[in-house]
Design a protein around this ligand. Structure first.
Ligand code: SF4
Length: 59
């Protein structure tokens, strides 16, 4: 599974709150795909709650 963040992040911090291992929010969110294994459920949850739907999950 790969996590991508497309353009439009508003840096709300929700993804980092849900899964700090994968998501770090600077001016916009970044995802560390090396940390995705073991955190798949949290990544899906982050994608679901992102208010602007810019977190994309690729299976
Ligand atoms: S939840 Fe979405 S909008 Fe908020 S920081 Fe993460 S990627 Fe950006």
């Amino acid at each position: 599974m790969q996590v991508k963040i497309v353009a439009g992040c508003i840096a709300c911090g929700a993804c980092e709150s849900i899964c700090p291992a994968v998501f770090t929010v600077y001016d916009s969110a970044e995802a560390d795909n090396a940390q995705v294994p073991g955190n798949e459920a949290e990544c899906r949850e982050a994608a679901k709650v992102c208010p602007v739907s810019v977190i994309k999950i690729e299976e």
